[in-house]
Design a protein around this ligand. Structure first.
Ligand code: FAD
Ligand code: DLZ
Ligand code: SF4
Length: 508
């Protein structure tokens, strides 16, 4: 009997587990643009446009490859509200008795599909290098999960940057060569840009009409929307961006949203590119002598290390992970995250480019917007929803461990051993933002003091019981304790004033 093969918006891979298990001669592929998926958070318009355009092109490719595809468009009257509704409708239409699907990347949808009254066969998503079972085996019996050790296993497994059983260049990790502050300018033109074709234009019209209230600029729209374009974007970045990727991985510059970053995560997470093919291309560039080892190793670590590690954590921790709030933070997400005017140059830059491009690089996400939310004590669930909505690469399996875990320490230390907090110093060292800010980064208290400077001590002081025993934070508490008592009281009072203004919705 005919079966349905459900292909979700981030499963645009011709040899995904469900497509491999299906039979072209008798099974029918179902793809659907539905209101529930487009609306469970207020996705950035560029993210919706990217996915819908990529889905439409992928459906065309499947048809060209001989599949029968039933594709539902968001603005068709018959299209149901949810994926489940669409499965029921299509099952009735074709007389299917079973649905094959590759496991979705969010517990929300896994649970919705399990609750759907259809016979479902869910197959593990094997587009990742590490399976659920393998990660569980690795995690078993470890008191703490640390990415670095996991990463070495992945190097051994893939053979990437390995010489026999030793790491190429004699070290596993070349991070000490990276993290240089930003230079004066950027000698790379940034990600490859594609002129919208008729498929993309149609989708842009749809998103223009249906998602007018969502935060974010739809145009100019320049993303790759099929595998061929994504491959071109990869090649373009390897030649122009990768050579300096390592050196300036953590740098931030005004008006330079992309620096030497790959800007490939949206394509990779949607399935247009595969993790191993990207890493092999990067390794080949190093073997060719085109890029230094610190760039190649630094990048490969992000993909086979961090990306696989956070996915492992998400599935290991289960559906309750996103509700964690170990520091009991309760503050509402301040309006500055939705573009309210601010004198804080770093926040204005990070949020502004997020609005324009649905993109910010890792250090902007972690040390600017994430750092600020953590220092200010924002409810991690609200922070999580924001990150899930505003970035083109955001799906819960990757976003939640980065936000709830790495950035907000809401999981109590599963992903990171200490909270990623810093005063304005770090941002000043790694960027040119502070030079054009209405606050002064060198002012620790009093008129014009950088809010990060005030909130940093406020955070450490209010969470003293939780963190003072952490050996990696002992020095910071010693510095705080050595400060004059009056100065400490003033800093805390000024931080409170700042938080009151934030709560009152006043411009900051
Ligand atoms: P590059 O800087 O060029 O990095 C290379 C690649 O490595 C990326 O394309 C990405 O696939 C991978 N990578 C790097 N760091 C991570 C990481 N920590 N976790 C997973 N993959 C990583 N990444 C997402 O793909 N989706 C998200 O929703 C997401 N949310 C984040 C939320 C927060 C609070 C933080 C701190 C980080 C988040 N990241 C997320 C990780 C990282 O910021 C992005 O992967 C990266 O900025 C994507 O841009 P790029 O392709 O230019 O990456
Ligand atoms: C993110 C997203 C959006 C905006 N819209 C759709 C959609 O209409 N149809 C669909 O199949 N998938 C969509 N997606 C991606 C899914 O939300 C994604 O598959 C799950 O979140 C699991 O990662
Ligand atoms: Fe950000 Fe403070 Fe620097 Fe201003 S002074 S850009 S608020 S770190």
């Amino acid at each position: 009997m005919t079966r349905l093969v459900l292909v979700l918006g981030d499963q645009l891979t011709p040899d995904s587990a469900a497509l491999r298990a299906a039979d072209k001669a008798r099974d029918v592929v179902v793809m659907a643009e539905v209101a529930d998926e487009a609306g469970y958070v207020p996705h950035h318009p560029k993210k919706i446009a990217f996915l819908f355009a990529a889905m439409r092109k992928f459906a065309r490719q499947l048809r060209d490859d001989g599949w029968e595809v039933r594709y539902s468009r968001l603005d068709d009257d018959e299209t149901g509200k949810s994926i489940c509704a669409e499965l029921m409708r299509r099952a009735g239409e074709v007389g299917a008795d079973e649905v094959l699907v590759t496991e979705p990347g969010e517990w929300r949808l896994i649970e919705a599909l399990r609750a759907c009254p259809v016979k479902l066969r869910m197959l593990e998503d094997d587009r990742f290098l590490c399976s659920h079972a393998e990660f569980e085996r690795w995690a078993e019996g470890r008191k703490t999960l640390r990415m670095e050790y996991f990463y070495r296993e992945m190097r051994r497994k893939t053979g990437l940057l390995m010489e026999e059983d030793q790491p190429a260049g004699g070290q596993w990790n070349f991070d000490h060569d990276n993290r240089k502050p930003a230079p004066g300018g950027v000698d790379f033109s940034g990600p490859m840009r594609f002129t919208p074709d008729p498929v993309v234009d149609d989708v842009l019209d749809l998103v223009d009409r249906k998602f007018t209230r969502n935060f974010g600029e739809l145009r100019p729209f320049w993303f790759a929307t099929d595998r061929g374009q994504a491959r071109q974007a990869l090649a373009h970045w390897i030649t122009g961006g990768l050579p300096k990727f390592g050196d300036y991985q953590d740098a931030m510059l005004r008006g330079a949203p992309f620096l030497w970053h790959a800007v490939l995560s949206a394509y990779l997470n949607a399935g247009l590119l595969a993790p191993l093919e990207i890493c092999q291309a990067v390794e080949a560039a190093w073997k060719n002598g085109d890029v230094p080892i610190n760039a190649a190793e630094g990048f490969i670590r992000q993909i086979i290390g961090w990306r696989e590690f956070v996915r492992g954590v998400y599935f290991l921790e289960g559906p309750g992970y996103t509700a964690q709030n170990s520091l009991k933070h309760k503050r509402k997400l301040p309006p500055v995250y939705w573009g309210a005017e601010t004198g804080m140059r770093c926040m204005a830059e990070a949020v502004g480019q997020t609005r324009d491009e649905a993109y910010a690089h890792h250090i902007q996400r972690l040390m600017v917007t994430g750092n600020f939310a953590l220092l200010a004590g924002v409810d991690p669930a609200a922070v999580h929803e924001w990150y899930l909505a505003v970035y083109a690469d955001a799906y819960e399996w990757v976003e939640a461990p980065n936000t709830i875990g790495m950035s907000q320490f809401a999981d109590g230390g599963v992903v990171g051993s200490k909270p990623y907090v810093s005063s304005g110093n770090y941002i000043n060292k790694m960027s040119d933002y502070c030079r054009s800010c209405s606050y002064s980064v060198t002012t620790k208290l009093g008129a014009g003091a950088c809010p990060f400077n005030l909130l940093y001590w406020h955070f450490l002081d209010r969470h003293r019981a939780r963190f003072e025993g952490n050996p990696r934070m002992a020095n910071i508490y010693r510095t705080w304790d050595r400060m004059d008592g009056g100065k400490r009281r003033t800093i805390l009072a000024e931080a409170e004033d700042f938080l009151d203004r934030l709560d009152a919705g006043e411009p900051v």
